[in-house]
Ligand binder design. Structure first.
Ligand code: ATP
Ligand code: MG
Length: 406
């Protein structure tokens, strides 16, 4: 039997131009996801994609990762004629014992010799007589899907869930503040799942901390990159000295918030250079003292791009469960030195006063500080095929803008 993978996407909300963009983007991301496998062929049929040419388990695993794919069916490919379809149908169900079944045909090619109803009856009869199985059209144990196209027919009994959502890239570009915790990777995933293409930016406490948090951010970004098939970028900012400057300027109880404001400033400015239209964070309202509403407002006031918070209404248990599901929890659990706690006062402010924060910031030369942080950023480009590290953020950002960030 010749196996392939049949991919389906939720077509309901897709009309006109949107649909075209969706399909083009999905096809590109899927192609990238499979780029390291030799001999893979992707074919496009009306509303579905057909993939073959590599071991089935590999194809299934990859297809289940790609955002925008709703269903993944391992399917057998046969010639589009009734004799071949009937024979394969019997083969597919041969090892099933005492189950009820239903045949669910779909004739995409209207020139086929039999109509859907007739396909169902003829295939159903063959299975009943040869295998002795019973038909149950409402609650079958096994559903046999049959889809007929011009040049092939596809048969399958298994439907695996895809990631769902929209393909990364159909809904603009952002930059995600990625820490080593549980929340921000999940926030990035939820934003990506709505079609947002995102770069990642991580602030390490270096030189006052070790590189562990950077390794974690890199591992998290790589994990997230799998949902789009490569092309993510991680910007790493050594933040320790800037944090110390804020402490020296007398930030005191406002240290964490002053740091967070500087983070969104840096992310906004870098984001604007790379064509991002928003900053994404893992904030969840009231989760910790830095995430009270007044504090979120005070941080947002410093941002030059809109701040998106996909997890605003999520509980920690929901976030951790999602982190387990998408495979970031294992990485987030690893110990690291979080830069936020460096220089932080044990008395964290829960009701930030923006005027007071501005006073502290006025003791620093903020503008050149932001530029220096960005100029010293380290860029890591992630992908299934190439992982390379480029230092000197400004050149990377400039060339990206020049080539028109997709
Ligand atoms: P997380 O689990 O994502 O670390 P958290 O519950 O620890 O979140 P905070 O530490 O208050 O919450 O951080 C809130 C958000 O600020 C994070 O979700 C992340 O988007 C951003 N952030 C915090 N620290 C960093 C960092 N070192 N680098 C980049 N972004 C950060
Ligand atoms: Mg954190």
């Amino acid at each position: 039997m010749q196996w392939c993978v049949l991919l389906k996407y939720g077509e309901l909300a897709l009309k006109g131009r949107n649909r075209w963009r969706f399909e083009e983007t999905l096809l590109r991301n899927l192609t990238n996801t499979l780029a390291d496998l030799d001999g893979v062929r992707i074919r496009r049929r009306h509303g579905v994609l057909l993939v073959q040419g590599a071991p089935l388990p590999t194809l299934l695993e990859r297809a289940q990762l790609v955002l925008g794919v709703a269903l993944v069916n391992p399917a057998v490919l046969v010639k589009p004629d009734m004799a071949a379809i009937e024979k394969t149908a019997v083969e597919l169900l041969r090892d099933k014992r005492d189950v009820t079944f239903a045949v669910r045909p779909r004739r995409r090619w209207k020139g086929f010799e039999a109509r859907s109803q007739e396909i169902a009856i003829r295939v159903g009869d063959r299975i009943r007589t040869e295998l002795g199985l019973k038909v149950d059209l409402t609650h079958p144990d096994v559903e046999l899907g049959i889809e007929v196209d011009r040049y092939e027919a596809l048969l399958y009994t298994e439907k695996l869930p895809g990631q769902g959502g929209l393909p990364v890239g159909v809904n603009g570009r952002a930059i995600t503040l990625l820490s080593g915790g549980f929340d921000s990777p999940v926030a990035a995933y939820r934003a990506m799942r709505r079609g947002l293409s995102t770069d990642f930016i991580h602030f390490s406490g270096m030189p006052f901390t070790g590189p562990q948090s950077v390794y974690k951010a890199y591992a998290l970004a790589s994990q997230l990159d799998r949902f789009r098939g490569g092309g993510s970028r991680l910007w790493v900012i050594s933040f320790g000295n800037a944090q110390r400057s804020l402490a020296t300027a007398g930030a005191g109880k406002l240290q964490v918030l002053a740091q967070r404001r500087l983070m969104v400033r840096v992310a906004s400015r870098l984001g604007a250079r790379i064509g991002a239209q928003a900053v994404v964070t893992g904030d969840s309202l009231g989760q910790v003292s830095s995430q009270t509403l007044p504090n979120l407002v005070a941080v947002e006031a410093a941002a030059e791009l809109p701040v998106l918070r996909p997890l605003l209404g999520w509980d920690k248990t929901e976030i951790v469960a999602e982190a387990e599901r998408i495979g970031t929890a294992e990485i987030s659990k690893l110990p690291d030195e979080d830069c936020c706690t460096l220089f932080a006062s044990p008395l964290a402010e829960t009701r930030a006063d923006v005027a007071e924060l501005e006073k502290i910031e006025s003791r620093l030369e903020l503008d050149p500080l932001i530029d220096d942080l960005i100029a010293a950023a380290k860029l890591h480009e992630l992908g299934t095929q190439r992982d390379r590290t480029v230092s000197g953020a400004t050149s990377g950002a400039a060339s990206d803008t020049a080539s028109g960030a997709a």
